[in-house]
Write a protein that binds this ligand. Sequence first.
Ligand code: FAD
Ligand code: NAD
Length: 471
Amino acid sequence: ASEAEEKDLVIIGGGVAGYVAAIKAGQSGLKVACIEKRGALGGTCLNVGCIPSKSLLNNSHLYHQILHDTKNRGIEVGDVKLNLGAMMKAKETSVSGLTKGIEFLFKKNNVEYIKGAGAFQDEHTVAVNLVEGGETTVRGKNILIATGSEATPFPGLTIDEKKVITSTGAIALEEVPKKLTVIGGGIIGLEMASVWSRLGSEVTVVEYLGQIGGPGMDKDVAKQAQKLLQKQGLKFKLNTKVVSGDADGEGVKVTVEAAKGGKEETLDADVCLVAIGRRPYTNGLGLENIGLEVDERGRLIIDQEYRTKIPHIRAIGDVTFGPMLAHKAEEESVAVVEYITKGYGHVNYGAIPSVMYTHPEVAWVGQNEQELAAANVKYNVGQFPFSANSRAKTNLDTEGFVKMLSDAETDRILGIHIIGPNAGEMIAEGVLALEYGASSEDVARTSHAHPTLSEAFKEAAMATYDKAVHY
Ligand code: FAD
Ligand code: NAD
């Protein structure tokens, strides 16, 4: 970047929030630069999050299925062995292909990619400490902060990413730990617990609350998920808090007690995963140089147009409010560029889906029963089990159900909660229904191909305002 040139938009952070905004800005004809310090584009999601975790989830599931679920399908397999190194290589191939793909898209859309760490010098100038050495500055008419998040550490347990790990260590272990303790039964905890349990670890998940799944998961779904994961060998300690941890000796000792207080117990493991949430990341960004502050949870404060109190400096993605999800960041990227170029943009925060990629998958959108009850909304419930769905039966994969919640008076769909095979793909139909303000009857009167899992979705809709046919 030359010091003289002023960009229309300078983006700090090349994660999903930053890189999508950069491409959109380039497509809209803005002069745009994107600063990323990691050495690769794609941020947490592509490098150490969504993508590598899904690679390991997919391949560990295949391995587990080949070990435990082939005979009754008429398939006899011989000597099945795990080659963890090769499984990690497959993960790396997926990651590097995707991150290089973004570099290509940057070139195609005239985005200048600056490899380095950016820090505000003043309200229009970002100083960049270049990865390859040296410094430069870049000026922007508009500046977008998209610096993402990092794992929240657990006090007293020092992360070394070998013995005491975050998700970053959990997607890169060099051998299968005999015993793994997971602190936090949210989505990261359960996805990573699934991977290592399938590959042979004895896994215990410690969760402070009385329910697994993290924020937003419907209680019935969470209960069913726990039952099914327990059947796969995971152990759970709910309503339990971690009192202290000690990683000085051979393995890692974690002392826990009932959340309300009680007798202490020590869990011994080779590795301990800390998965108690993530926090916004603004270290080294020089916010103090421009007088920008963060809230009590470290989030940059913004208005509905993503503006900080300095109007030409905006923030999106994990570094600010809302669920920490890649597709939420992506929606905001498009909207923020539209606010800059056109003055208006749009994100429907009421229709952002959540997916947990365990087996079976869990997916939901809109409100859950507990939230509706708390808001005194009168609602109808329609539920349909996959055990009554022809395709699930054919696939010998019948665990779980679809649950639909609609307004008791208008039948408008308020929430959809699925646990079952392919829930993550099926929820897209639910998101669309919610976006279009559909009633459960609208969905029930829509033809769904037979035999597909999505017929369970249609039948749950039928059961919401009338009766399902096959159950
Ligand atoms: P990030 O992806 O964190 O990107 C921010 C980037 O900014 C980083 O690359 C960082 O290096 C860079 N940066 C920071 N400071 C500076 C600076 N000063 N100068 C230059 N660069 C800087 N979400 C889903 O929707 N689906 C999933 O399946 C899913 N799986 C996940 C699995 C794991 C293990 C984890 C940890 C997260 C997962 N997430 C998932 C969440 C998802 O990764 C995040 O919501 C998403 O990455 C947020 O994008 P972002 O661009 O806001 O931030
Ligand atoms: P989370 O907030 O989803 O779950 C953290 C869990 O840890 C909660 O259930 C909480 O009650 C528990 N907890 C907190 N402190 C504890 C303590 N001291 N002892 C025991 N339990 C404790 O956070 P996460 O699982 O770390 O995930 C972080 C973010 O990444 C989330 O926003 C998540 O949506 C996102 N993510 C999404 C996906 C996906 O979409 N598939 C995958 C991974 C991560």
